[in-house]
Structure formats: structure tokens, C-alpha cells
Design a protein around this ligand. Structure first.
Ligand code: CO
Ligand code: CO
Ligand code: CO
Length: 328
């Protein structure tokens, strides 16, 4: 017998049964949700990673926006956050100070509180947060509620993984860098508020599994297939050009491998476009499913909230032979 796989190891862990656990480990959703009372559900999430940009202050902002995003994706309001820090002795402590400052200011912008944290000495710096949020138990938005006929709206452009990879090779333009950084540091708070107002049926934020990875989770959980219109999908400047040059993070290939057989592409869709659809995103936008009759209102309110990159990019249909279809 070979070494155990991760899924085999996870299957050996104890299983919890609790009627108040509304969203748990079996859901592949953004956060855990626990019903405290008929009026209050607790949303809890955790995210941390190695720096995606050189500027520690900007990295702190991005890591916090990314961690908060899982609460917004569930339709919740963040309340408390705890810092998770790994930091090497060899770096000046000011780098840590700048990282924490960026995180703290972003959490403050979200109207939440950093209530503490924990630091471990580690050769490679890492930063993130565990966030607790609240929602009404009946207003929690999961990735399982999309219905055939719903339209799909994406609130941020794709390509952050590709641009961060290009940054390391010093191939990203100034324009691409600042667009990617502004997008990654932007909270999904207003997008979340707008989707709740519009009565969204399902939502997930787009992070490490890329657009198609998170879309596949939504399709599977909602028992539908999702169709995307390639020409409507918003992209960061230079993302397509950099992807064509092969500046694609390894995670994009893993994401593609993971969805083997679950995605049908129009044969005319080029490899660089496919790479972008699998590109792991840091602090990506919300993918929102909403009833056809409410999509215009939601797009209008997103635009009014200053979320100018939001686009209608697809629709949900009854389950087909693949979870995802991408049309030209
Ligand atoms: Co998420
Ligand atoms: Co997450
Ligand atoms: Co969710």
C-alpha cells in the first residue's frame, strides 16, 4: 500500500453531527456557519498565505481583504478578526509592523475589529486572519442555491495570479500592477450588500481555485450546470498577453487538472484564455447567481456602488453532461 492521500487522511477524522451547523466541512463553501439562535448565525473563516507583492503594507491590506471576503461571500457582516502571522527572525520587524498596519486598516474599513492574534517564527513570512461574522440564519447565502435560469455576475476582473507571477519575473507593466493591487485590496463589502438587496440565490468568492474551480463547486452544490460567455468576462490589463507568454502560476495547471472532464470549452478558445479561467485569484470578486428578472437591478446597483468592473458573464442551466461550459 502506498502513502495515504490527503482525502483518505481527512476521511479518518471524527465526523460531527450538529443540527445548528448550517454550513460545515462537507459543503465546500467559503466559511463555516453555525446557528446560535433563530435570529443569529455565526460565520467563521480563516485564510493566510505568503506575500503576493513586495510592499508589506499592501500585502497586509490584500491578505485582510481576502480573509474578510469569505464572510461577505456568505452574505454576512464581519465582526471580529484575529491575526495569523509567520515571520522570520532575519527580516526587520518594521516589515511585520507594516503588514499588520495594512491588515488593521482594512479590517477597520470593513467596520470590524482585530481582537488579537498569534505569531510563530518561520523561515517564510505568512499573514492572514481568522474572521468571525454574523448573518440572519435565513439570509445566509451559500454556493448551493443557484437555479436553472439564474444569471451569473462577476464583480472583479480575473488575472491576479498571472500578474503576480509576472511581477516576480519583472514582466508586469505599471498599469497591470496597480490595477491588480487595487482590485485585490478592494473589499467585497458593497458587492455583498448589493447582492443581498437584490435577493441573490447563490454566491462564492473567486480565490485559489480560479473562476472555473469555484464555479464548479457552485454548479455541483446547486445541482445545475453553469455556462460562461468568454467575451463578457472582465480581465485585468495585460493578463491575456502575460498568459500567452507563459507567465501562468502552477496553481492554474492544478486547477485545470482537478476539473478534468468537468469543463467543456468551445474549441476556438485559445490556451491563454483557458489559463486565465483557471488562474488562482487572490482576493477575487464575488460570483453571484441571481434570478433573471433581478439581474439588471443588481448590475445597476453594483455600478452605483462604484463596482465598475462587474459584468454579467453567464447563466445557470439544468445539469448537463459537464458542470461548466465556456462559450466564445
Ligand atoms: Co472563499
Ligand atoms: Co477562503
Ligand atoms: Co458561500
Amino acid at each position: 500500500m502506498g502513502p495515504a492521500t490527503l482525502s483518505q487522511v481527512l476521511r479518518q477524522l471524527p465526523v460531527y453531527e450538529d443540527a445548528n451547523l448550517l454550513v460545515g466541512p462537507h459543503n465546500s463553501d467559503d466559511a463555516a456557519v453555525y446557528k446560535i439562535s433563530e435570529e443569529v448565525a455565526l460565520i467563521q473563516t480563516l485564510d493566510f498565505f505568503t506575500p503576493v507583492v513586495d510592499d508589506p503594507y499592501v500585502f497586509g491590506q490584500i491578505a485582510a481583504a481576502n480573509a474578510l471576503s469569505d464572510v461577505y461571500a456568505m452574505g454576512g457582516r464581519p465582526l471580529l478578526a484575529l491575526n495569523i502571522v509567520c515571520f522570520p527572525n532575519c527580516l526587520p520587524v518594521d516589515v511585520l509592523g507594516q503588514t499588520l498596519k495594512g491588515g488593521a486598516e482594512k479590517v477597520k474599513e470593513a467596520g470590524a475589529i482585530i481582537a488579537g492574534g498569534h505569531t510563530v517564527q518561520d523561515d517564510e513570512p505568512k499573514y492572514g486572519l481568522s474572521v468571525v461574522g454574523l448573518a440572519h440564519p435565513l439570509e445566509v447565502i451559500t454556493n448551493a442555491g443557484a437555479k436553472a435560469g439564474d444569471l451569473l455576475i462577476l464583480t472583479k476582473p480575473l488575472g491576479t495570479g498571472i500578474i503576480c507571477t509576472a511581477l516576480k519575473a519583472q514582466m508586469a507593466s505599471r498599469e497591470a500592477y496597480s490595477a491588480a493591487v487595487n482590485s485585490m485590496a478592494a473589499l467585497n463589502d458593497r458587492a455583498s450588500f448589493a447582492m443581498k438587496e437584490a435577493g441573490a440565490t447563490a454566491c462564492t468568492d473567486i480565490t485559489g481555485f480560479g473562476l472555473l474551480g469555484h464555479a464548479a463547486e457552485m454548479a455541483r452544490a446547486s445541482k445545475v450546470s453553469l455556462i460562461f460567455y468568454l467575451a463578457e468576462i472582465p480581465l485585468l490589463p495585460q493578463a491575456l498577453e502575460l498568459a500567452a507568454m507563459g507567465l501562468v502560476p502552477g496553481g492554474a495547471y492544478n486547477n485545470r487538472e482537478f476539473l478534468n472532464g468537468e469543463v467543456f470549452f468551445d474549441p476556438e478558445i485559445t490556451p491563454e484564455y483557458r489559463a486565465i479561467l483557471f488562474d488562482p485569484q487572490t482576493s477575487g470578486g464575488l460570483l453571484i447567481a441571481v434570478g433573471e428578472e433581478k439581474a439588471d437591478v443588481l448590475l445597476k446597483s453594483l455600478a452605483e456602488q462604484g463596482i465598475r468592473e462587474a459584468r454579467l458573464i453567464g447563466r445557470a442551466v439544468p445539469r448537463e453532461s459537464t458542470l461548466i461550459k465556456v462559450e466564445k
